[in-house]
Design a binder for this molecule. Structure first.
Ligand SMILES: C[S@@+](CC[C@H](N)C(=O)[O-])C[C@H]1O[C@@H](n2cnc3c(N)ncnc32)[C@H](O)[C@@H]1O
Length: 284
């Protein structure tokens, strides 16, 4: 049964226009960041998420960007791959991956999936759900396109590890972000609700999903101060709110403060948390 389409709110329209433009201007950045920030055991966030839906034959990725997660899913055994993203340039990179030659890649919104009812065994989303408005609609659409018993697994950001370099970067950057003039300010990305275990249950439950299972892993983007600066500035959309002078000033503050965190090799730990929530539909 298809759900009734509802027009997106003006906040959602503004957020999606920003995201489309941002990713069209710099496609492929997110997957570079994910591959450069593995867990202590060497796995990437993509591999952790893919393991949640192991054995699924037909898998859809919401906010698939350049298709890096889809490629991991294919290598892990999924046979029919599909993805949806707002950004045409991200999708162009996904199309160019030989491993995704047969994949069904669409430009569009996760709130209005252009796929038939019951066409997937699993739906996944990596670091995208927290940017989306109307997450309850996304959940309803995921439920619609899944088969009975189908799995829904999402990875969402869980914040920077206390006392480490990404946390330091954010503490220094927040005053700059807050001071951004209206013409440079980001639209509100996401529903405004933190995606915790409890809020995901509140959002997913009405769509028919069981309570989520929840796991937190730590991603390590540590390195030299310059490496951490590069990784951190690539990770936060808010950096577009800063002009050149402000960016240079923030960089100088960060490079002056980070030596307190360096080890004998001149490197600092820079952990961020990734929360993995997995649920499923009832079998009948
Ligand atoms: C932070 S990136 C993550 C990309 C990819 N999942 C990864 O981890 O490599 C967020 C992606 O979600 C996409 N996105 C955000 N909101 C979306 C929506 N409502 N529908 C489809 N894609 C969306 C953006 O265009 C962007 O490519």
């Amino acid at each position: 049964m298809t759900t009734t389409p509802a027009s997106p709110s003006s906040t959602a329209v503004a957020a999606e226009a920003f995201l489309r433009k941002f990713h069209d201007n710099g496609p492929g950045q997110q997957s570079v960041g994910v591959q450069g920030a593995p867990l202590a055991d060497g796995r990437t966030g993509y591999q952790v998420l893919a393991a949640q839906v192991a054995g699924a034959r037909r898998v859809l990725d919401l906010g698939c960007a350049d298709g890096a997660l889809l490629e991991v899913l294919g290598a892990a055994g999924a046979e029919e791959l599909a993805g949806i993203d707002l950004s045409g340039q991200e999708l162009a990179l996904a199309h160019a991956r030989p491993a995704l030659r047969g994949a069904d890649l669409r430009q569009g919104r996760a709130q209005e999936l252009p796929f038939a009812d019951g066409s997937f065994d699993a739906v996944v989303s990596h670091m995208a759900l927290m940017l989306m408005h109307d997450v309850d609609r996304v959940a309803a659409e995921a439920a619609r396109v899944l088969v009975p018993g189908g799995r829904f697994a999402v990875a969402v950001g869980g914040g920077a590890v206390e006392g480490q370099a990404v946390r330091l970067f954010l503490e220094l950057a927040r005053p700059y972000f807050r001071a951004a003039p209206p013409e440079r300010s980001l639209p509100r990305l996401g529903s405004g609700r933190l995606l915790t275990r409890e809020t995901l249950d509140e959002l997913f439950g009405p769509a028919g999903f069981a309570p989520v299972s929840w796991e937190t892993v730590v991603l390590e983007m540590g390195g030299t101060p310059e490496e951490i600066w590069a990784a951190a500035t690539r990770s936060f959309y808010n950096m577009v709110e800063l002009d050149q002078e402000q960016t240079a000033s923030l960089r100088a503050e960060f490079l002056a403060a980070v030596p307190a965190l360096l080890d004998a090799d001149g490197r600092a730990a820079a952990g961020t948390r990734l929360n993995i929530a997995t649920t499923r539909l009832p079998v009948t």
